[in-house]
Design a protein around this ligand. Structure first.
Ligand code: OAD
Length: 246
């Protein structure tokens, strides 16, 4: 299966990767829906990741994000991030992750659908963004005085419009879309591979488990992203006769 996919990708000019929490799992960032270790299995997401996160308990919300931020400060990109950053050809990454690990690995074309944990933004939507504050209480917006909040998308809230329309254009115009380490459950991100399929773009999936997308994917690679992606990149390079110094 990996050779068949590598054969297609070796001739592809434009590849798009839609990534989810599974891509950062090998870095030690917990996924969301894993039955034992996922964040939603261990924590009630109401009041933290859910809509209206500054209510009902802003302190709880601050603690939840402070904990996730402290975790991120300790983790590093893994071989999955590095393989995408060193992709042999153009690689556009569309990520649901808020950890910034794709950029830290060196990816330059990254669309972030769910925001960034290391930033705050104005809860009154005046447009102000600042580096994440470590203060115990949400600080006031330096421009309008409303409370600042983490610059991430909460459930039930709209995604950044520009990011979503750029992502749609990218998947529709790609030669291949790779859906990697995502449950394919959370819309509208989960719709992107289906949009690609509707536009005639072939889709491959890399995941440790089956998802609602699996049956539609032309190639389904069951395994860890940090192991499968380096193997895939090596197979593409071999097909192309590239020589790469690690
Ligand atoms: P999930 O935690 O829902 O799913 C992670 C997926 O990665 C699952 O399908 C796992 O089987 C797979 N997986 C786990 N480890 C893997 C590995 N090492 N290699 C490959 N696959 C692996 O995470 P997402 O689908 O990314 O949204 O979650 C989507 C959104 O739901 C998140 O961005 C977040 C959450 O609520 C917001 O916070 C807005």
């Amino acid at each position: 299966m990996i050779d068949a996919l590598a054969g297609h990708l070796a001739g592809a000019a434009s590849v798009v990767a839609l990534t989810g929490a599974g891509v950062s799992a090998a870095s030690g960032v917990p996924t969301f829906r894993d039955a034992q270790t996922g964040l939603w299995a261990r924590y009630q997401s109401d009041g933290a990741g859910h809509a209206g996160g500054l209510r009902p308990d802003p302190q709880l919300v601050r603690c939840w994000y402070a904990w996730r931020r402290s975790l991120l400060a300790r983790v590093r990109p893994n071989d999955a991030h590095i393989a995408l950053a060193e992709w042999p050809g153009r690689m556009m990454v569309i990520t649901q992750n808020v950890d910034g690990l794709h950029q830290r690995a060196g990816s330059t074309e990254v669309i972030e659908l769910h925001g960034r944990l290391d930033r705050d933004r104005c809860s009154a939507e005046c447009g102000t963004r600042t580096p994440a504050s470590a203060a115990e209480s949400p600080p006031p917006c330096p421009r309008c005085g409303a409370l600042m909040r983490p610059d991430v998308v909460w459930f039930g809230k709209a995604l950044p419009e520009q990011a979503l329309s750029d992502a749609l254009a990218a998947v529709r115009g790609a030669d291949c879309v790779l859906s990697i380490g995502t449950s394919s459950l959370v819309r509208p991100a989960a719709d992107l591979p289906w949009e690609a399929l509707a536009a005639g773009v072939p889709v491959a999936e890399i995941n440790t488990e089956a998802t609602p997308l699996t049956d539609q994917a032309r190639w389904s690679l069951r395994g860890r992203a940090d192991q499968t992606l380096p193997a895939l990149v090596a197979a593409i390079r071999q097909r192309r006769g590239d020589h790469h110094e690690p």
